[in-house]
Design a protein around this ligand. Structure first.
Ligand SMILES: Nc1ncnc2c1ncn2[C@@H]1O[C@H](COP(=O)(O)OP(=O)(O)OP(=O)(O)O)[C@@H](O)[C@H]1O
Length: 582
């Protein structure tokens, strides 16, 4: 119940639909129990009492009740659905909002397919229970209470005898729930893995095909599929074992009714019509009780789904804004790192240790060093994608943590090695960070990013639709769209993370031209492996294993016999020798 209590805020505002639907259910249930009573009257008073003139009245009452039941059924169904649909609408929105707020630390450990299945399958599972399961639980309880009351009214001893098996049935249903709940959790988990496999396969199809790993992927998928199948079979097994047991207990009750009820009719202490009515009433109780397995099953599924949804809703947001953050529309872009250290995973080595530097507004800082040295990590701390374990990152003399996150990030533009383009028009992709930009501004930005020409060569120009991940464009073209996007944001701080590594010399030249344009008057961080990309920087930081091992301008650094000089030698002076030796 804890899960449902925690999710209360989503369904509580719509309880009126639920109450109205339950009221309709009450109506339907009462009419259902009236049927056997009419049957009893028909047998005992009309047929055995030979009052045949009453038949037409009974028929009219019967038809009237059926019409009323039909109307009430419509409302209980419709209002029940409305309750579920409206509740999960808010829940889905809250989940999506939370996903936007969660930090990178969360996404580092999350799997897309699993998240997708939580936001779709689990939300649906929860909705189904709110719409139907919850109400069904109440319907069953009502049906049992009302039927039992009528049974006790007809004959207390017969009611007691037929209900003697009820405790056994309840014990079996409870055991069933205990087994079936973890089974459903496993099914959901397995489905999450299956979805992850499919999603990763589709996203990484380029890599799969280029490395001819199709058969390997089929095997891996098969493994997940087998697991999903086995989990389902395991659950079916639980069902198959418990359901006949429940039915057997139900049938024992029917036998008791037949034997003892028959005896009471023969010795005259029970009317024949009452025995017939008893049969219907007992089936009204035993049917739902057995069906309780199914409802419990739904309840278990909804509980399992609810738990998985709560895991998202309650996930810790580790990047937290101060209560009264600085709301700055303009910043200078002065960045200072003071003795900053960062460790991503507790048992791993530090990604950055004791980093200190100063980047005055408009200056260009180059970051170079072997892969994994910590270059990207430095820029991730400026945007507060991660929080340092030690030290402080300042922007314009104030810690990044004192700024309003959205405002802070709006001042920082990124051009990455592979920038993400959405499956929408080129125009919308360029304007993604600044949706209010006019068409002229978009074209201006594209021109400055050296992208206007190739965009105009496309059949629909700026209205050309891009495929998922910007398919249909070359690496250099994608990159220039990303640069146009950064220009349009007009950030004070710019991060160019390996922005030219994935393109040929000619394209690199064009991108460099575009970048020069966008770097003007902005504090810029250039992360690069090639010295040519950052040799004009005002200061170059050479990193190794999370530490700054050298710093200075290009000229200063090549005159030292250090790491930078060695990179320089490999890339320039000794290039031919190295090439020959390969
Ligand atoms: N999200 C993360 N979770 C855990 N470890 C990480 C994460 N991001 C980076 N690291 C680790 O931190 C270290 C520094 O990584 P970083 O990406 O900053 O290096 P880099 O110098 O930019 O490398 P490259 O040149 O390959 O891009 C590496 O050891 C890396 O494995």
């Amino acid at each position: 119940m804890e899960t449902f209590k925690k999710l209360k805020q989503f369904y509580w505002p719509f309880m009126k639909y639920f109450y109205l639907s339950v009221f309709s259910v009450l109506f339907v249930t009462v009419i259902t129990v009236v049927y056997p009573i009419i049957l009893q009257i028909t047998i005992d008073d009309v047929v055995l009492g030979e009052q045949y003139n009453l038949i037409k009245y009974i028929a009219i009452v019967f038809i009237g009740l059926m019409i009323l039941k039909g109307i009430a059924n419509f409302y209980q169904q419709y209002l029940g659905d409305l309750f579920g649909i409206k509740s999960v609408f808010d829940l889905r929105n809250a989940l999506y909002k939370k996903l936007q707020r969660l930090s990178f630390t969360y996404y580092d450990n999350a799997r897309t397919g699993d998240l997708m299945s939580r936001l779709t399958m689990d939300v649906e599972g929860f909705r189904f229970f709110l719409s139907a399961g919850f109400k069904e639980l109440i319907r069953v309880a009502l049906l049992i209470i009302i039927s039992l009351s009528v049974m006790f009214y007809y004959s207390v001893p017969l009611a007691l005898v037929t209900m003697a098996v009820m405790p056994f049935l309840i014990v079996v249903v409870q055991r069933f729930d205990k087994k079936v709940h973890p089974a459903f959790r496993s099914i959901r988990k397995s489905l999450g893995s299956l979805n992850t496999r499919i999603q990763e396969n589709v996203s990484g199809m380029n890599t799969v095909k280029s490395l001819s790993k199709e058969d390997f992927e089929i095997d891996r998928f098969s493994h997940n599929n087998i697991n999903y199948r086995d989990e389902n079979i395991k659950t079916s097994n639980i069902w198959a074992r418990y359901f006949p047991l429940m039915e057997l207990i139900g049938n024992l009750s029917m036998i008791a009714l037949l034997v003892y009820g028959g005896y009471l009719v023969i010795n005259g202490s029970l009317a024949l019509g009452e025995l017939v009515a008893f049969f219907s009433l007992v089936s009204y109780i035993l049917g739902p009780l057995m069906h309780l397995g199914f409802i419990v099953n739904q309840f278990s599924q909804a509980k399992a789904s609810g738990e998985r949804l709560l895991e998202i809703l309650e996930a810790k947001e580790d990047i937290i804004e101060e209560t009264d953050p600085l709301n700055t529309d303009t910043i200078q872009g002065h960045i200072t790192f003071k003795d900053v250290s960062l460790t991503y995973v507790a048992e791993d080595d530090a990604a950055l240790s004791h980093i200190s530097f100063d980047a005055p507004p408009g200056k260009v800082i180059g970051l170079i060093g072997p892969t994994g040295a910590g270059k990207t990590s430095i820029t991730q701390l400026i945007t507060r994608f991660y929080e340092p374990d030690q030290g402080v990152v300042y922007i314009d003399g104030k810690p990044t943590s004192s700024y309003e996150l959205k405002k802070l990030r709006k001042h920082i533009g990124f051009v990455l090695q592979e920038s993400f383009l959405f499956s929408t028009t080129i125009k919308e992709n360029i304007a993604y960070g600044n949706p209010n930009a006019s068409m002229e501004e978009i074209i201006q930005a594209a021109k400055r990013a050296q992208a206007h020409e190739f965009i105009m060569e496309m059949p629909k120009g700026y209205d050309t639709m891009l495929g998922e991940r910007g398919m249909g464009l070359s690496g250099g073209q994608k990159q220039r769209i990303a640069i146009a996007r950064a220009i349009l944001i007009d950030p004070r701080i710019l991060v160019l993370d390996d922005a030219t590594s994935a393109v040929d010399m000619e394209t690199e030249y064009q991108i460099q031209k575009a970048l020069k344009e966008v770097m003007q008057d902005r504090t810029t961080f250039i992360i690069a492996h090639r010295i040519s990309s950052l040799k004009h920087a005002d200061e170059i930081l050479v990193l190794d294993s999370g530490k700054i091992v050298e710093r200075g301008t290009h000229e200063q650094l090549i005159n030292q016999d250090g790491a930078y000089r060695r990179i320089y030698d490999i890339q320039y002076k000794d290039k031919d020798i190295v090439m020959e030796s390969i």
